[in-house]
Design a protein around this ligand. Structure first.
Ligand code: NAP
Ligand code: F7E
Length: 348
């Protein structure tokens, strides 16, 4: 019997939160995985190191290469060497607040990085290679009415991060239309996990309140408590990325939970789950969360964590993905928080 050829995937951003979950998923689906990591002075492969050591994964099918999407030549060379069936572009300067401090760098990586990959696919005439672009709900930005956002909602980005993602989104559509490349956008709303970077708000809250509970930290200092976000689990969202590239044609897809929460409600839920009774006092920059048992201020606000322009409201309508991709989130925001707390409590 003829052997079935394994699919080959190339993941830019494999060392990030989503890259690590996607690599695990594709290895379970019997893919050969190539990932790109950038050079760093300290270890940046913590999220995938377990794959090399684990018997749960076919680690003989897992390869990491040095590369950087700011470097067209190395990007083209890696794609040429591997000639993958699927490319997932998850690489980005992904922090919205940081994009106000380093806008040019953010645009170079988050916007032009996608162009470099798509240009490589075009120049190398890899007509069979499918491309996934990690687009973002940040592209919606200033939302006029607080309805769930879908694939037809116009974009009005509020940061260079959001602007860069709009560029990458449009470039993906353009390479699909102009050159017939199978290039799709996943417009993913916020998704979190125990592997979330520590400066994103959910991880900061979970890590901070667990440490407060353990007596290792006095308080958690936050910015805008009233921003509304639609928080899903990164594991579910990795499944959507794969489904998007298996669909019969390239397209653009909203991936979300269609549930919303404020940052403050997220704090309240984490505190309740940790058995901390929190009461709120004051307004604006003076607002504080007080531990009723000790009277200590354990949450406060500092304007340094506010953004010059905020995205006030994000909630996604994923009906198109539900109908055609048969995708829906399996993990609720509540279960996500449990998962994040459990992992945080297990840290030595
Ligand atoms: P993340 O944890 O910040 O991971 C970003 C990845 O990109 C890391 O592997 C990072 O490498 C890599 N990277 C950064 N600059 C690079 C460069 N110049 N060349 C090559 N690789 C580079 O982000 P994530 O949460 O997994 O998100 C994955 C993608 O989805 C990103 O594009 C993000 O913008 C987008 N997105 C995320 C969300 C979300 O809520 N998580 C929602 C919508 C869209 P290092 O490990 O070395 O830093
Ligand atoms: O902020 C508010 C902040 O940094 C969420 C990225 O993955 O999702 C992420 O971008 C909200 C914002 O995520 C703090 O102002 C309050 O309104 O966790 P975040 P983000 O900006 O929504 C999108 C979809 C992406 O594509 C991005 O890559 O929380 N907030 N206090 C705070 N945020 C942070 N980081 N830190 C605070 O202390």
């Amino acid at each position: 019997m003829a052997k079935i050829k394994k699919k080959v995937a190339l993941i830019f951003g494999i060392t990030g939160q989503d890259g690590s979950y996607l690599a695990e998923l594709l290895l379970k689906k019997n893919y050969i995985i190539h990932g790109v990591k950038r050079r760093s002075s300290s270890a940046n492969t913590e999220r995938v190191d377990h794959i090399f050591d684990s018997i749960d994964f076919s680690n003989k099918n897992f390869f990491i290469h040095y590369g950087d999407i700011s470097d067209s030549t190395s990007t083209l060379n890696i794609i040429n060497k591997i000639k993958p069936d699927e490319i997932y572009n998850l690489a980005a300067q992904s922090h919205v607040r940081v994009s106000f401090d380093i806008p040019e760098y953010t645009a170079d990586i988050t916007a032009l990085g996608s162009l470099r990959i798509l240009e490589a696919i075009r120049i190398l005439r890899l007509n069979k290679t499918k491309y996934y672009q990690a687009s973002s709900s940040e592209m919606y930005g200033l939302v006029k009415n607080k309805k769930s956002l879908n694939e037809k909602t116009p974009f009005h980005p509020r940061s260079v991060y959001g602007i860069s993602k709009v560029f990458a989104y449009n470039t993906t559509v353009h390479y699909r239309e102009a050159y017939g490349i199978f290039a799709s956008n996943g417009i993913l709303f916020n998704h979190e996990s125990p592997r979330r970077g520590p400066t994103f708000v959910t991880k900061k809250i979970v890590q901070g309140l667990v440490r407060v509970k353990q007596g290792l930290q006095k308080k958690v200092t936050l910015g805008n408590l009233y921003a509304i976000r639609d928080w899903g689990h990164a594991k579910d969202y990795a499944v959507s990325m794969w489904k998007i590239l298996q669909y019969k044609k390239p397209d653009d897809w909203v991936i979300a939970t269609n549930k919303d929460n404020t940052v403050k409600k997220f704090v309240d839920t984490v505190a309740r789950k940790l058995d901390i009774k929190l009461s709120w006092r004051g307004k604006g920059i003076q607002e504080k969360g007080i531990d009723k048992k000790t009277g200590n201020v354990i949450v406060d606000v500092d304007k340094k964590f506010f953004r010059p322009t905020e995205v006030d409201f994000l909630r996604g309508d994923f009906s198109k993905a539900r109908k055609y991709l048969k995708w829906k989130p399996a993990i609720s925001t509540n279960e996500l928080i449990d998962d994040m707390i459990e992992e945080e409590l297990s840290v030595d």
